[in-house]
Design a protein around this ligand. Structure first.
Ligand SMILES: [Zn+2]
Length: 99
């Protein structure tokens, strides 16, 4: 999450996350963000703030779409933080990571 920004591809209207070294140009435009408050992590109790495109948050929370359909650009670990707040490293500390 850190070091990346959300943009929208002007050709496809797709939302993308790219490195902050990017300079806005003809191809992408910055998007309106909603700072989503994740639930507190079961292990470290830290609740992350996760900036997400407002439009996608609406699709996820208001329209009831599946998170993997709305946020295919996020990793499985990142989607887990949105749903349960649990960090993958904390999950590993609780249950071991020898999967
Ligand atoms: Zn944690």
């Amino acid at each position: 999450m850190v070091g990346k920004v959300w943009v929208q591809d002007l050709k496809t209207d797709e939302y993308l996350r790219i490195e902050t070294s990017f300079h806005p140009g003809d191809k992408y435009i910055p998007v309106e963000l909603y700072v989503y408050h994740c639930p507190p992590c079961m292990y470290c109790a830290k609740a992350d703030l996760f900036p997400l495109p407002s439009d996608l948050v609406d699709q996820w929370l208001d329209d009831g779409k599946f998170i993997q359909d709305v946020f295919p650009m996020l990793s499985k670990d990142e989607r887990e933080i949105l749903i349960s707040g649990t960090h993958s490293e904390c999950w590993n500390k609780m249950f071991g990571d020898d999967e």
